[in-house]
Design a binder for this molecule. Sequence first.
Ligand SMILES: [Zn+2]
Length: 189
Amino acid sequence: MNGLQISPFITSLPKVELHVHIEGTLTPSLRWKLAQRNRIPLPYATYADLLESYNVLYNHRKELHGDTGAPTFLETYFAGTQVLCEEDDFYELGMAYLEKAADMNVRYAEPFFDLQAYLPHGIPAATVLNGYMRAQREGAQKFGVRSNWILCFIRDRPVEEGIAAYEGGAALGGRDNGGSWAVSRGGAG
Ligand SMILES: [Zn+2]
């Protein structure tokens, strides 16, 4: 067994996932698909080029490892959010994660989500939340993974932007769209 394989014992254990940033679960294949669907230009001519761009771990901190021109982890993370535009996009991302979670025998999850990555681009909070909350409901039925969702704040962005994100989400209410979500505070990122 190599270091990338998970033993059947571990796979079969029931689990909870308490810290997962949903945007970070966006796979290259879903990113490519949504970019085509939403006509969002990517700086990669082919899917193979996009895949290659994910080879970034060595370059996580440019101040330590130098700038090779490859995107860092966070640059890739935020670039990925640019292909998420429509309610169905957020729904598909949520369902893809919950299906993967079920494969790992995760029974309960608390996915984190950003609003600040979308509101400045004119994507309403309702688009994001309605998509994720639909995935929350259907994911529980289809995959047997219950979840409560947590609104995150991006700490290196202006406070006003964070307040707008909070107010945009709070105006919808955690229960009005049939879902349940909360706000993280004081988290360590
Ligand atoms: Zn985190």
